[in-house]
Design a protein around this ligand. Structure first.
Ligand code: IMP
Length: 432
Protein backbone atom coordinates (compact mmCIF):
# COMPACT_ATOMS: atom_id res chain seq x y z
CA UNK A 1 0.00 0.00 0.00
CA UNK A 2 1.27 3.44 -0.86
CA UNK A 3 -0.29 6.21 1.20
CA UNK A 4 0.03 9.94 1.65
CA UNK A 5 -0.91 12.15 4.61
CA UNK A 6 -1.58 15.81 3.87
CA UNK A 7 -2.82 18.88 5.71
CA UNK A 8 -6.09 20.27 4.34
CA UNK A 9 -6.10 23.65 6.12
CA UNK A 10 -3.37 26.10 7.22
CA UNK A 11 -1.05 23.52 8.86
CA UNK A 12 -0.99 22.16 12.40
CA UNK A 13 -3.92 19.84 11.73
CA UNK A 14 -2.21 16.97 13.52
CA UNK A 15 -0.43 15.31 10.59
CA UNK A 16 2.37 14.14 12.88
CA UNK A 17 -0.02 12.29 15.12
CA UNK A 18 -1.86 10.66 12.21
CA UNK A 19 1.38 9.69 10.45
CA UNK A 20 2.60 8.02 13.64
CA UNK A 21 -0.77 6.33 14.16
CA UNK A 22 -0.59 4.84 10.66
CA UNK A 23 3.06 3.92 11.18
CA UNK A 24 2.33 0.29 12.03
CA UNK A 25 0.86 -0.20 8.56
CA UNK A 26 3.78 1.28 6.61
CA UNK A 27 7.42 0.23 6.49
CA UNK A 28 8.84 3.36 4.91
CA UNK A 29 8.10 7.00 5.88
CA UNK A 30 9.01 9.80 3.47
CA UNK A 31 9.06 13.60 3.78
CA UNK A 32 9.08 15.47 0.52
CA UNK A 33 8.73 19.22 1.16
CA UNK A 34 9.62 22.01 3.55
CA UNK A 35 12.16 21.83 6.34
CA UNK A 36 12.20 22.60 10.02
CA UNK A 37 9.50 25.21 9.60
CA UNK A 38 7.36 22.13 10.29
CA UNK A 39 6.82 21.06 13.86
CA UNK A 40 5.10 17.71 14.33
CA UNK A 41 4.35 16.31 17.77
CA UNK A 42 3.80 12.64 18.54
CA UNK A 43 2.79 11.43 22.00
CA UNK A 44 3.35 7.78 22.90
CA UNK A 45 2.75 6.44 26.41
CA UNK A 46 2.76 9.99 27.75
CA UNK A 47 6.17 10.77 26.21
CA UNK A 48 6.32 13.64 23.69
CA UNK A 49 8.44 13.37 20.54
CA UNK A 50 8.93 16.46 18.43
CA UNK A 51 9.84 16.15 14.77
CA UNK A 52 10.94 19.05 12.63
CA UNK A 53 12.79 17.42 9.74
CA UNK A 54 12.20 13.71 10.24
CA UNK A 55 8.92 12.15 9.23
CA UNK A 56 6.69 11.49 12.22
CA UNK A 57 6.56 7.91 10.96
CA UNK A 58 10.15 7.51 12.23
CA UNK A 59 9.20 5.83 15.51
CA UNK A 60 7.55 2.87 13.83
CA UNK A 61 8.95 2.52 10.33
CA UNK A 62 12.00 0.59 9.14
CA UNK A 63 13.23 3.40 6.92
CA UNK A 64 12.81 7.17 6.98
CA UNK A 65 13.57 9.18 3.87
CA UNK A 66 14.18 12.94 3.64
CA UNK A 67 13.44 13.65 0.00
CA UNK A 68 15.02 15.96 -2.55
CA UNK A 69 12.18 18.49 -2.26
CA UNK A 70 13.16 19.30 1.31
CA UNK A 71 15.40 22.08 2.58
CA UNK A 72 17.58 20.83 5.40
CA UNK A 73 19.40 22.61 8.21
CA UNK A 74 22.25 20.11 8.72
CA UNK A 75 22.92 21.18 12.32
CA UNK A 76 19.25 20.76 13.26
CA UNK A 77 19.20 17.40 11.50
CA UNK A 78 22.23 16.11 13.40
CA UNK A 79 20.48 17.04 16.64
CA UNK A 80 17.24 15.40 15.58
CA UNK A 81 19.01 12.17 14.58
CA UNK A 82 20.72 12.09 18.01
CA UNK A 83 17.36 12.60 19.79
CA UNK A 84 15.82 9.88 17.72
CA UNK A 85 18.59 7.43 18.60
CA UNK A 86 18.14 8.35 22.29
CA UNK A 87 14.53 7.32 21.98
CA UNK A 88 15.70 3.89 20.76
CA UNK A 89 14.41 4.47 17.25
CA UNK A 90 16.21 2.04 14.95
CA UNK A 91 14.84 3.22 11.62
CA UNK A 92 17.39 3.54 8.83
CA UNK A 93 17.73 7.17 7.77
CA UNK A 94 18.20 8.17 4.12
CA UNK A 95 18.79 11.77 3.09
CA UNK A 96 18.56 12.92 -0.50
CA UNK A 97 21.86 14.16 -1.88
CA UNK A 98 19.81 16.67 -3.83
CA UNK A 99 17.92 18.24 -0.94
CA UNK A 100 19.00 21.84 -0.40
CA UNK A 101 20.93 23.10 2.60
CA UNK A 102 19.66 25.81 4.91
CA UNK A 103 22.65 27.72 6.30
CA UNK A 104 22.74 30.16 9.23
CA UNK A 105 23.04 32.91 6.61
CA UNK A 106 19.63 31.92 5.19
CA UNK A 107 18.07 32.44 8.62
CA UNK A 108 19.39 35.99 8.71
CA UNK A 109 18.07 36.53 5.19
CA UNK A 110 14.64 35.24 6.28
CA UNK A 111 14.45 37.93 8.98
CA UNK A 112 15.81 40.65 6.71
CA UNK A 113 13.36 39.82 3.92
CA UNK A 114 10.50 40.01 6.40
CA UNK A 115 11.70 43.51 7.38
CA UNK A 116 11.76 44.59 3.73
CA UNK A 117 8.28 43.20 3.10
CA UNK A 118 7.07 45.45 5.87
CA UNK A 119 3.24 45.53 5.70
CA UNK A 120 3.24 42.41 3.56
CA UNK A 121 5.43 40.41 5.94
CA UNK A 122 4.12 36.88 6.28
CA UNK A 123 5.20 35.98 9.77
CA UNK A 124 7.56 33.21 8.62
CA UNK A 125 9.00 30.70 11.05
CA UNK A 126 12.40 32.43 10.58
CA UNK A 127 14.06 29.10 9.82
CA UNK A 128 15.56 30.28 6.52
CA UNK A 129 13.14 28.21 4.43
CA UNK A 130 12.11 30.87 1.89
CA UNK A 131 15.63 32.14 1.13
CA UNK A 132 16.90 28.56 0.69
CA UNK A 133 14.21 27.80 -1.90
CA UNK A 134 15.01 31.14 -3.57
CA UNK A 135 18.60 29.99 -3.99
CA UNK A 136 17.48 26.60 -5.24
CA UNK A 137 15.51 28.23 -8.05
CA UNK A 138 18.22 30.83 -8.68
CA UNK A 139 20.51 27.81 -9.17
CA UNK A 140 22.94 29.06 -6.60
CA UNK A 141 21.75 26.73 -3.83
CA UNK A 142 23.91 24.36 -1.82
CA UNK A 143 22.77 20.74 -2.07
CA UNK A 144 23.44 18.14 0.62
CA UNK A 145 25.95 16.45 -1.67
CA UNK A 146 27.86 19.74 -2.04
CA UNK A 147 28.72 19.56 1.66
CA UNK A 148 31.24 16.87 0.79
CA UNK A 149 33.48 19.41 -0.90
CA UNK A 150 34.72 22.39 1.14
CA UNK A 151 35.76 24.34 -1.96
CA UNK A 152 32.24 24.11 -3.43
CA UNK A 153 30.63 25.12 -0.12
CA UNK A 154 32.93 28.17 0.03
CA UNK A 155 32.21 29.16 -3.56
CA UNK A 156 28.46 28.83 -3.16
CA UNK A 157 28.46 30.81 0.07
CA UNK A 158 30.39 33.58 -1.67
CA UNK A 159 27.94 33.56 -4.61
CA UNK A 160 24.89 33.73 -2.34
CA UNK A 161 26.55 36.44 -0.27
CA UNK A 162 27.28 38.54 -3.38
CA UNK A 163 23.73 38.17 -4.67
CA UNK A 164 22.17 39.12 -1.34
CA UNK A 165 24.89 41.47 -0.09
CA UNK A 166 22.56 44.41 0.45
CA UNK A 167 20.54 42.37 2.95
CA UNK A 168 23.58 40.88 4.66
CA UNK A 169 25.80 43.95 4.92
CA UNK A 170 24.90 44.62 8.55
CA UNK A 171 25.06 41.00 9.63
CA UNK A 172 28.00 39.02 10.98
CA UNK A 173 28.34 37.42 7.51
CA UNK A 174 29.65 40.67 6.09
CA UNK A 175 32.93 39.51 7.62
CA UNK A 176 34.77 37.04 5.31
CA UNK A 177 36.08 35.20 8.39
CA UNK A 178 32.50 34.47 9.53
CA UNK A 179 31.66 33.11 6.08
CA UNK A 180 34.78 30.94 6.14
CA UNK A 181 33.83 29.58 9.57
CA UNK A 182 30.30 28.83 8.33
CA UNK A 183 31.73 26.97 5.32
CA UNK A 184 33.95 24.79 7.49
CA UNK A 185 31.15 24.11 10.02
CA UNK A 186 28.87 23.04 7.18
CA UNK A 187 31.62 20.85 5.73
CA UNK A 188 32.06 19.17 9.14
CA UNK A 189 28.29 18.65 9.44
CA UNK A 190 28.31 17.22 5.91
CA UNK A 191 30.94 14.64 6.99
CA UNK A 192 28.65 13.47 9.77
CA UNK A 193 25.65 13.23 7.49
CA UNK A 194 27.48 11.64 4.55
CA UNK A 195 26.71 8.04 5.63
CA UNK A 196 23.00 8.77 5.26
CA UNK A 197 23.15 10.49 1.87
CA UNK A 198 21.79 8.74 -1.19
CA UNK A 199 19.92 9.34 -4.41
CA UNK A 200 16.74 8.71 -2.48
CA UNK A 201 14.45 8.62 -5.51
CA UNK A 202 16.36 5.45 -6.46
CA UNK A 203 16.14 4.13 -2.88
CA UNK A 204 12.37 4.71 -2.77
CA UNK A 205 11.90 3.01 -6.13
CA UNK A 206 13.90 -0.02 -4.92
CA UNK A 207 11.88 -0.22 -1.72
CA UNK A 208 8.67 0.03 -3.73
CA UNK A 209 9.77 -2.72 -6.10
CA UNK A 210 10.69 -4.96 -3.18
CA UNK A 211 7.09 -4.68 -1.99
CA UNK A 212 7.51 -2.30 0.96
CA UNK A 213 4.56 -0.16 1.96
CA UNK A 214 5.36 3.54 1.88
CA UNK A 215 3.74 6.53 3.58
CA UNK A 216 4.48 10.03 2.29
CA UNK A 217 4.02 12.78 4.86
CA UNK A 218 3.40 16.28 3.58
CA UNK A 219 4.53 19.20 5.70
CA UNK A 220 2.49 22.45 5.93
CA UNK A 221 -0.84 22.27 4.09
CA UNK A 222 -2.94 23.14 1.04
CA UNK A 223 -3.65 26.72 2.11
CA UNK A 224 0.10 27.25 2.62
CA UNK A 225 0.97 25.81 -0.81
CA UNK A 226 3.06 28.25 -2.86
CA UNK A 227 0.77 27.92 -5.90
CA UNK A 228 -2.69 27.19 -4.50
CA UNK A 229 -2.57 28.66 -1.00
CA UNK A 230 -3.36 32.19 0.18
CA UNK A 231 -0.37 33.72 -1.64
CA UNK A 232 1.74 35.58 -0.57
CA UNK A 233 0.99 34.31 2.95
CA UNK A 234 2.25 30.84 2.14
CA UNK A 235 5.34 28.73 2.52
CA UNK A 236 7.86 28.39 -0.32
CA UNK A 237 7.15 24.83 -1.38
CA UNK A 238 4.25 22.91 -2.85
CA UNK A 239 2.36 21.13 -0.11
CA UNK A 240 -0.26 19.24 -2.14
CA UNK A 241 -0.27 15.47 -2.58
CA UNK A 242 1.00 15.77 -6.15
CA UNK A 243 4.13 17.47 -4.85
CA UNK A 244 5.40 14.14 -3.59
CA UNK A 245 6.17 13.15 -7.18
CA UNK A 246 8.72 15.92 -7.53
CA UNK A 247 9.77 16.22 -3.89
CA UNK A 248 10.53 12.51 -3.55
CA UNK A 249 10.83 11.40 -7.16
CA UNK A 250 7.99 8.91 -6.86
CA UNK A 251 5.05 8.84 -9.32
CA UNK A 252 1.80 10.06 -7.79
CA UNK A 253 -0.06 7.57 -10.04
CA UNK A 254 1.18 4.80 -7.77
CA UNK A 255 -0.29 6.27 -4.58
CA UNK A 256 -3.27 4.15 -3.49
CA UNK A 257 -4.66 6.14 -0.61
CA UNK A 258 -4.54 9.84 0.21
CA UNK A 259 -5.66 10.85 3.65
CA UNK A 260 -6.41 14.50 4.34
CA UNK A 261 -5.90 15.62 7.92
CA UNK A 262 -8.49 18.13 9.13
CA UNK A 263 -8.64 19.83 12.49
CA UNK A 264 -12.24 20.05 13.77
CA UNK A 265 -11.83 23.85 13.78
CA UNK A 266 -9.28 26.07 12.06
CA UNK A 267 -5.99 27.50 13.19
CA UNK A 268 -3.26 29.51 11.53
CA UNK A 269 0.09 30.98 12.44
CA UNK A 270 1.36 33.95 10.51
CA UNK A 271 -0.43 36.68 8.59
CA UNK A 272 -2.93 36.55 5.73
CA UNK A 273 -6.61 35.99 4.96
CA UNK A 274 -8.47 33.62 7.27
CA UNK A 275 -12.18 33.81 6.35
CA UNK A 276 -13.65 32.01 9.40
CA UNK A 277 -11.33 33.59 11.97
CA UNK A 278 -12.69 34.18 15.46
CA UNK A 279 -11.76 37.19 17.52
CA UNK A 280 -11.99 38.34 21.12
CA UNK A 281 -13.03 36.18 24.05
CA UNK A 282 -14.30 33.28 21.92
CA UNK A 283 -10.95 33.04 20.15
CA UNK A 284 -9.05 33.27 23.42
CA UNK A 285 -11.11 30.48 24.92
CA UNK A 286 -10.57 28.12 21.96
CA UNK A 287 -6.85 28.97 21.86
CA UNK A 288 -6.49 28.16 25.55
CA UNK A 289 -8.50 24.93 25.49
CA UNK A 290 -6.60 23.75 22.44
CA UNK A 291 -3.27 25.17 23.61
CA UNK A 292 -2.93 26.64 20.15
CA UNK A 293 0.64 27.90 20.21
CA UNK A 294 3.09 27.21 17.35
CA UNK A 295 5.26 24.08 17.76
CA UNK A 296 8.06 25.66 15.74
CA UNK A 297 7.86 29.20 17.10
CA UNK A 298 5.65 29.23 20.22
CA UNK A 299 3.53 32.00 18.64
CA UNK A 300 -0.17 32.12 19.60
CA UNK A 301 -2.14 30.68 16.70
CA UNK A 302 -5.13 32.44 15.20
CA UNK A 303 -8.24 30.25 15.48
CA UNK A 304 -11.61 30.01 13.74
CA UNK A 305 -14.58 27.83 12.78
CA UNK A 306 -14.34 24.87 10.45
CA UNK A 307 -14.45 26.06 6.84
CA UNK A 308 -16.23 23.54 4.59
CA UNK A 309 -15.83 25.48 1.29
CA UNK A 310 -12.09 25.55 1.90
CA UNK A 311 -12.05 21.84 2.65
CA UNK A 312 -14.02 21.06 -0.52
CA UNK A 313 -11.27 22.74 -2.47
CA UNK A 314 -8.43 21.04 -0.58
CA UNK A 315 -9.98 17.60 -0.93
CA UNK A 316 -10.23 18.04 -4.70
CA UNK A 317 -6.75 19.49 -5.07
CA UNK A 318 -5.22 16.57 -3.17
CA UNK A 319 -7.59 13.95 -4.58
CA UNK A 320 -8.11 12.81 -0.98
CA UNK A 321 -9.79 9.44 -0.44
CA UNK A 322 -10.63 9.93 3.22
CA UNK A 323 -10.18 12.32 6.12
CA UNK A 324 -8.65 12.06 9.57
CA UNK A 325 -10.49 14.43 11.87
CA UNK A 326 -8.49 15.70 14.83
CA UNK A 327 -9.18 17.76 17.95
CA UNK A 328 -12.84 16.79 18.33
CA UNK A 329 -12.15 16.55 22.07
CA UNK A 330 -11.04 20.21 22.12
CA UNK A 331 -13.96 21.57 20.10
CA UNK A 332 -16.54 19.83 22.30
CA UNK A 333 -15.45 21.97 25.23
CA UNK A 334 -17.07 25.02 23.61
CA UNK A 335 -20.75 25.67 24.31
CA UNK A 336 -21.39 27.05 20.83
CA UNK A 337 -20.00 25.44 17.68
CA UNK A 338 -20.36 26.97 14.23
CA UNK A 339 -19.39 25.62 10.81
CA UNK A 340 -19.00 27.68 7.66
CA UNK A 341 -21.06 26.02 4.93
CA UNK A 342 -20.74 28.38 1.98
CA UNK A 343 -18.96 31.37 0.49
CA UNK A 344 -21.04 33.96 -1.38
CA UNK A 345 -20.16 36.98 -3.51
CA UNK A 346 -22.81 39.26 -4.98
CA UNK A 347 -25.44 36.87 -3.62
CA UNK A 348 -24.02 33.92 -5.57
CA UNK A 349 -22.52 30.83 -3.96
CA UNK A 350 -18.92 30.23 -4.98
CA UNK A 351 -17.46 26.86 -5.86
CA UNK A 352 -13.88 28.09 -5.48
CA UNK A 353 -11.74 29.86 -2.90
CA UNK A 354 -11.06 33.48 -3.83
CA UNK A 355 -7.44 34.41 -3.37
CA UNK A 356 -7.33 38.00 -4.51
CA UNK A 357 -7.53 40.65 -1.80
CA UNK A 358 -10.45 42.36 -3.53
CA UNK A 359 -12.51 39.19 -3.90
CA UNK A 360 -11.78 38.16 -0.33
CA UNK A 361 -13.00 41.50 0.99
CA UNK A 362 -16.40 41.01 -0.66
CA UNK A 363 -16.86 37.51 0.64
CA UNK A 364 -19.99 36.66 2.67
CA UNK A 365 -19.95 33.49 4.72
CA UNK A 366 -22.91 31.33 5.70
CA UNK A 367 -22.68 29.46 9.02
CA UNK A 368 -24.59 26.63 10.59
CA UNK A 369 -24.74 26.11 14.34
CA UNK A 370 -24.05 22.62 15.68
CA UNK A 371 -24.81 21.23 19.12
CA UNK A 372 -21.84 20.82 21.42
CA UNK A 373 -20.99 17.37 22.79
CA UNK A 374 -19.26 18.63 25.91
CA UNK A 375 -16.06 17.41 27.50
CA UNK A 376 -15.37 13.75 26.80
CA UNK A 377 -14.78 11.43 29.72
CA UNK A 378 -11.76 9.13 29.68
CA UNK A 379 -13.96 6.01 29.68
CA UNK A 380 -15.66 7.01 26.38
CA UNK A 381 -12.28 7.64 24.77
CA UNK A 382 -10.86 4.33 26.00
CA UNK A 383 -13.64 2.34 24.33
CA UNK A 384 -12.23 3.05 20.85
CA UNK A 385 -15.73 2.69 19.54
CA UNK A 386 -17.09 5.33 17.21
CA UNK A 387 -20.67 4.25 17.85
CA UNK A 388 -20.26 4.90 21.57
CA UNK A 389 -19.35 8.57 21.03
CA UNK A 390 -21.87 11.31 21.90
CA UNK A 391 -24.63 11.72 19.31
CA UNK A 392 -23.77 15.41 18.81
CA UNK A 393 -20.20 14.55 17.91
CA UNK A 394 -21.33 11.90 15.46
CA UNK A 395 -23.67 14.50 13.91
CA UNK A 396 -20.70 16.82 13.44
CA UNK A 397 -18.76 14.03 11.69
CA UNK A 398 -21.80 13.16 9.54
CA UNK A 399 -22.21 16.78 8.47
CA UNK A 400 -18.60 16.82 7.29
CA UNK A 401 -18.94 13.52 5.47
CA UNK A 402 -22.18 14.57 3.77
CA UNK A 403 -21.17 18.11 2.82
CA UNK A 404 -17.77 17.04 1.57
CA UNK A 405 -18.75 13.68 0.16
CA UNK A 406 -15.84 11.85 1.73
CA UNK A 407 -15.53 9.34 4.58
CA UNK A 408 -13.92 10.29 7.88
CA UNK A 409 -11.78 7.17 8.42
CA UNK A 410 -9.93 8.33 11.52
CA UNK A 411 -11.19 10.27 14.50
CA UNK A 412 -8.73 11.72 16.99
CA UNK A 413 -9.84 12.44 20.55
CA UNK A 414 -6.60 13.43 22.25
CA UNK A 415 -2.91 13.89 21.61
CA UNK A 416 -1.80 10.35 22.53
CA UNK A 417 -1.50 7.60 19.93
CA UNK A 418 -4.03 5.59 21.94
CA UNK A 419 -6.72 8.29 21.74
CA UNK A 420 -7.47 7.55 18.12
CA UNK A 421 -10.27 5.61 16.46
CA UNK A 422 -9.83 3.91 13.12
CA UNK A 423 -13.38 3.52 11.82
CA UNK A 424 -14.63 -0.03 11.26
CA UNK A 425 -14.95 -0.91 7.60
CA UNK A 426 -12.63 1.88 6.44
CA UNK A 427 -10.02 0.89 3.87
CA UNK A 428 -7.19 1.23 6.34
CA UNK A 429 -8.91 -0.89 8.95
CA UNK A 430 -8.87 -3.76 6.49
CA UNK A 431 -5.08 -3.61 6.13
CA UNK A 432 -2.94 -5.80 8.34
P1 IMP B 1 7.94 29.78 6.24
O1 IMP B 1 7.52 28.44 5.75
O2 IMP B 1 8.79 29.73 7.49
O3 IMP B 1 8.56 30.61 5.17
O4 IMP B 1 6.62 30.57 6.70
C1 IMP B 1 5.63 30.97 5.76
C2 IMP B 1 4.24 30.84 6.34
O5 IMP B 1 3.93 29.46 6.52
C3 IMP B 1 4.09 31.46 7.73
O6 IMP B 1 2.77 31.96 7.86
C4 IMP B 1 4.28 30.29 8.67
O7 IMP B 1 3.66 30.48 9.92
C5 IMP B 1 3.59 29.18 7.87
N1 IMP B 1 4.09 27.83 8.20
C6 IMP B 1 5.23 27.26 7.77
N2 IMP B 1 5.34 26.01 8.25
C7 IMP B 1 4.25 25.78 8.98
C8 IMP B 1 3.77 24.64 9.71
O8 IMP B 1 4.39 23.57 9.76
N3 IMP B 1 2.58 24.80 10.35
C9 IMP B 1 1.85 25.95 10.28
N4 IMP B 1 2.26 27.03 9.61
C10 IMP B 1 3.45 26.95 8.95
Amino acid sequence: MIGAVLGMQFGDEGKGKITDFLGDKFQVAVRFNGGNNAGHTVVVDGRKYKFRLMSSGALRSETVVLGNGMVIDPFALIEEIANLRDSKCKAEIKISKMAHVVTPMHKILDLKEEEVRSKLSLGTTAQGIGPTYEDKYARTGIRMTDLQNLEIVREKIETIFKMKQSLLSESEYNDPAAREKMASDLFEAGKRLEPYMEYTEVTIRRLYESGKSILFEGAQATMLDIDFGMYPFVTSSNALAGALSLGAGFPFRKVDYVIGVVKAYMSKVGAGPFPTELEGAEADRLREIGQEYGTATGRPRRVGWLDLPMLKYSIKMNDADALALTRLDTLGELDKIMVCTSYKRDGKELDYIPRSFKELEDLKLTFREMKSWGKLDAETIRKHDFDALPMEMKDYVSLIEKELNIPVDIVSLGEGRENTILRKGSRLSLLK
